[in-house]
Design a protein around this ligand. Structure first.
Ligand code: HEC
Length: 145
């Protein structure tokens, strides 16, 4: 925002003062820097606000916080209900008493997703919202990394 305002001021200011040569010189060396700086800031600002390419979901960044809230108290390193530890992808692939809980790239074959969608897991406490369930499905479909 600051960039575009400065960009408009520059030509407006320079024109009425064009008679004074000694004043124009420092201004013409100064303004390009201001304009460039402002432009760079504007570009950085725009880039950080744009959605950009859709990033692939990852266990550590996107799923672990969700599982921590809903699953890990029963399926963690210490308590492994039904033999299932959901604290790492590798352990979900190994799974529990019923075999692999997770199949990478295959939501339909992933028991943990079925149990969430059925409302069977978590057995008590706060169920996953529709968006959270969709996130789990998307993560598995993307390869569950
Ligand atoms: C309050 C404890 C508790 C919570 C929280 C919980 N589970 Fe479970 N889970 C169990 C118990 C007990 C079993 C075994 C009995 C059953 O299937 O109901 C189980 C079984 C499972 C199984 C089957 C494992 C196997 O190999 O048989 C999966 C998969 C599973 N849970 C996934 C989840 C997911 C995903 C979450 C979070 C959304 C979750 N659970 C939250 C207690 C819990």
């Amino acid at each position: 925002m600051s960039c575009s305002r400065e960009g408009h001021e520059v030509p407006g200011r320079l024109r009425p003062r064009s008679s004074n040569h000694s004043r124009r010189q420092p201004m013409s060396t100064l303004h390009p820097h201001l304009v460039m700086g402002g432009l760079a800031l504007t570009l950085v600002g725009c880039m950080s606000h744009e959605p950009g390419p859709i990033h692939a979901l990852t266990f550590e960044k996107d799923l672990k916080p969700l599982f921590l809230r809903h699953c890990l108290e029963c399926h963690g390193v210490e308590t492994k209900e039904a033999g299932l530890d959901m604290s790492t992808v590798a352990n979900m692939l190994t799974g529990g008493e019923s075999g692999p809980a997770l199949v990478q790239g295959a939501p339909e074959e992933s028991i943990l997703l079925h149990l969430i969608e059925d409302g069977h897991m978590p057995p008590d406490g706060e169920p996953l919202s529709r968006d959270e369930t969709a996130l789990v499905r998307r993560w598995i479909a993307e390869g569950a990394n």
